[in-house]
Every structure is written in C-alpha cells, then in structure tokens.
Ligand binder design. Structure first.
Ligand SMILES: Cc1cc2nc3c(=O)[nH]c(=O)nc-3n(C[C@H](O)[C@H](O)[C@H](O)COP(=O)(O)O)c2cc1C
Length: 182
C-alpha cells in the first residue's frame, strides 16, 4: 500500500487544545500507511502586499498542502465560525492568483467543543469556503463531538466504546475517500 500523507490543520493554537487531542486520537486509528503531518497555523496574517514573497511559515504551509494526498481539518468553533488562524491558513493556500494549492485535494472536517451543539456552524462555514477553493470535502457522516473530561485520555485513547467505534468508522471512510481521490 502506498503512503498517504495527510496535512492536518488543527484550528486551535493553544497547547491544551481539545481539537488537537481529537486529532491525536484519530491518528491512532489510521492504518500504518497513513501519516499525519501537523501544519503550523501560527504564521503571519495574510497580506496581499507580500503574497509574491511570502513569509517562510506561509510558504511551508503551502508546500505541506501541495505534498499531501489528503487534508484533515480538526477545528473548534469560534463565535459560530472557524477560528481566524484557520481562515488565514486557507487564504495563504489560495494565493497568489493562479497558484491555489487546494484545488482537487480530498479533505475531511471534524471538530469538538464542550458544547452539545459541537462545531456544526464552524464546519458548515468551512465547507462554504472550501467549495470555492475546489476542495473535495467528504460529506457524511459528520462529526460534531461534544468533549467531556476523560473522553480522550492522555495517551489519546478514546475511552467510550460507542464514540471509539463511531470515530473509527469515520476515519475508515475518510482514508478510503483519500485513497480514491489521491
Ligand atoms: C473566541 C472563542 C469563541 C468561542 N465560540 C464558540 C462557539 O461559537 N461555539 C462553541 O461551541 N464553542 C465556542 N467556544 C468555546 C470553545 O469550543 C472551547 O474554548 C474549545 O475548548 C476550543 O477548542 P480548543 O480547545 O481546541 O482550542 C469559543 C471559544 C473562544 C476562545
């Protein structure tokens, strides 16, 4: 089986991020040929004045998209939308004009929040944005995971069996999606 490199965009910059924790838990559920590469979103704000000579962090982020067979977004919801850091990363990937590296990439979106409503609105906003950039986003099933203390332990094991099975089913479908479109 050929290697599938996945560029993972965790939409939170904080060290104790529950979305990073979810990403790490999903990483434990993928087959050995699937490699997660975590993209650093802590890059300067997009500025069209410097898009032709972009900062090193933004150039690296773009290269990671290019090199990936699949994209995985694991994002919180900030004020009913996606976090600014994630939108910034998407924008860098689209520029300069004619050099959009997102086109045709297979992608999946998941997210978690302490709220029962999960990250539904953020995910929907992200789908709108990615549709305009030509990203092939997996549609169903959707995951709006309500995070509870201990649901994912410090070894990134999912402690609730039903949740583990659900996430395993989702990641299997995602890997299949990437394999077909890569
Ligand atoms: C600026 C800000 C806005 C937020 N807005 C929402 C929201 O709209 N919906 C929601 O479910 N949680 C919201 N939250 C709570 C986050 O879900 C919570 O902080 C979560 O832990 C963020 O994910 P992270 O741990 O991966 O950073 C917000 C948090 C912040 C800091």
């Amino acid at each position: 089986m050929s290697t599938l490199n996945i560029a993972v965009f965790v939409g939170s910059l904080r060290a104790a991020s529950i979305n990073l924790r979810l990403a790490r838990a999903l990483e434990k559920l993928v087959p050995a040929n699937v490699k997660f590469h975590y993209v650093d979103l802590n890059v300067p704000l997009f500025n069209q004045d410097i898009e032709n000579d972009m900062p090193a962090g933004a150039a690296k982020l773009k290269q990671q998209i290019k090199d990936a067979q699949g994209i995985l977004f694991v994002t919180p919801e900030h004020n009913r939308s996606i976090p600014a850091a994630l939108k910034n990363a998407v924008d860098w990937g689209t520029r300069p004009w004619g050099q959009n590296v997102w086109i045709g990439k297979p992608a999946g979106i998941v997210g978690t929040s302490p709220s029962a409503a999960g990250t539904a609105m953020a995910q929907q906003h992200l789908r709108n944005i990615l549709a305009a950039e030509g990203v092939n986003v997996l549609t169903t099933p959707e995951i709006f995971l309500q995070m509870k203390d201990g649901l994912i332990d410090d070894q990134y094991q999912i402690t609730n069996e039903d949740t583990r099975k659900f996430l395993q089913g989702w990641i299997d479908r995602y890997v299949d999606w990437v394999s077909k479109l890569a």
